[in-house]
Design a protein around this ligand. Structure first.
Ligand code: NAI
Length: 336
């Protein structure tokens, strides 16, 4: 199939080209992010391939439909950037990569907890400046902590498995209980109960209307003072302004985030020569007890290989059968 690949970084291009040797699609790579301005690039392509910060809203989908696009393949597990109802109205099929590597995100999550909990990021900078003073680098041990996993799907459960060797008490919450997670953690009945009991809370739910701003002022009223929050899922699970207030007052003691609710104008770009105009994001970067990474939890060799194989396989399946096992529909998302 002739496919326009948007937001194509060198690592995407390398993995897709390597894998395409066995698929034989006609891939055209565009570094540009898909927006209403760049949508005309899709003219003449029956397939387009996107990533998490491409904008696939109803306006873009209407434009894509007039260009003859029949399938949107996202190289991600999450698909909150795509208006599925609009895609359906235009007869455009949306496919994704449901599970390319839960390990990649879960290992990164554990890495963030250990880095911030033991001040490794600050130690790294100090030592480079020949400052070997330890004051201010005091950490804690996970065996003394209660860790709560919010969302026990693939990544949440893998995170529980990876955390289980540290001797922490593990709690979990999900709308659906997962037997594998039940064997590793004790389920509680509500996110509020998780807030009440946990020293560390890590988010692994998708972004949906129900989970939007899950961590807001109200949630923060119930957390243990100095709670450690981790978000490697989607930025808008956190109400950033409430989180900043929480950091200022000490209600939040540590924050590690790989995602940010306004990340699409920032992440995946080199802005090192520019003035940061997002004051909320700039404020987050000022806290010594905050680590921000630029949506990289997925970025491993294993994940890139699986993303390429599944995406190219999705496109082939659609080309041959007109349908795809990894399609997502608005109906499924609404739970109908
Ligand atoms: P999954 O679909 O396997 O698991 C999601 C879990 O969330 C399910 O068990 C579901 O029942 C639960 N859930 C949904 N709504 C809920 C609610 N309102 N309250 C409580 N639980 C709820 O998804 P997976 O593969 O574990 O991925 C989780 C998320 O991680 C993705 O949606 C995506 O946003 C994010 N992600 C981030 C990456 C990164 O690079 N930072 C890479 C890949 C995924």
């Amino acid at each position: 199939m002739k496919v326009a690949v948007f937001s194509a970084k060198p690592y995407d291009r390398a993995s897709l080209e390597r894998c395409n040797a066995t698929f034989g699609h006609e891939l055209h790579f565009f570094e540009a992010r898909l927006t209403i301005e760049t949508a005309p690039l899709a003219e003449g392509f029956p397939g387009i391939c996107v990533f998490v910060n491409d904008r696939v809203d109803r306006h873009v989908l209407a434009r894509l439909a007039t260009s003859g696009v029949r399938i949107v393949a996202t190289r991600s597990a999450g698909y909150n950037q795509i208006d599925l109802e609009a895609a359906e109205r235009h007869g455009i099929v949306v496919v994704r990569v449901p599970a390319y590597s839960p390990n990649a995100v879960s290992e990164f999550t554990v890495g963030l907890i250990l880095t911030l909990g033991r001040q490794i990021h600050r130690a790294y900078n100090r030592v480079r400046e020949h400052n070997f003073e330890l004051t201010g680098l005091e950490g804690f041990e996970l065996r003394d902590k209660t860790i709560g996993i919010l969302g026990t799907g693939r990544i949440g459960t893998m995170t529980l498995r990876n955390l289980s060797g540290f001797g922490a008490r593990l709690l979990a919450y999900d709308v659906v209980r997962n037997p594998e997670a039940s064997a590793l953690a004790e389920y509680v009945d509500s996110p509020r109960e998780l807030a009440r009991q946990c020293d560390i809370i890590s988010l692994h739910v998708p972004l949906t209307p129900q989970t939007y701003h899950l961590i807001d002022e109200e949630f923060l009223r119930h957390v243990k003072p100095g709670v450690f929050l981790v978000n490697t899922s989607r930025g808008a699970l956190l109400e950033t302004r409430a989180v900043i207030e929480g950091l200022k007052s000490g209600v939040i003691g540590f924050l590690a985030i790989d995602v940010y609710e306004e990340e699409e104008d920032l992440f995946y770009k080199d802005l090192s020569n520019r003035v940061l105009t997002d004051d909320t994001f700039a404020r987050l970067l000022t806290f010594p007890n905050v680590i921000v990474t630029g949506h990289q939890a997925f970025l491993t060799d294993h994940a890139l290989r699986t993303i390429a194989e599944t995406t190219l396989g999705n496109l082939r399946e659609f080309e041959e059968t007109g349908a795809c096992t990894n399609a997502v529909t608005a109906e499924e998302v609404r739970g109908e």
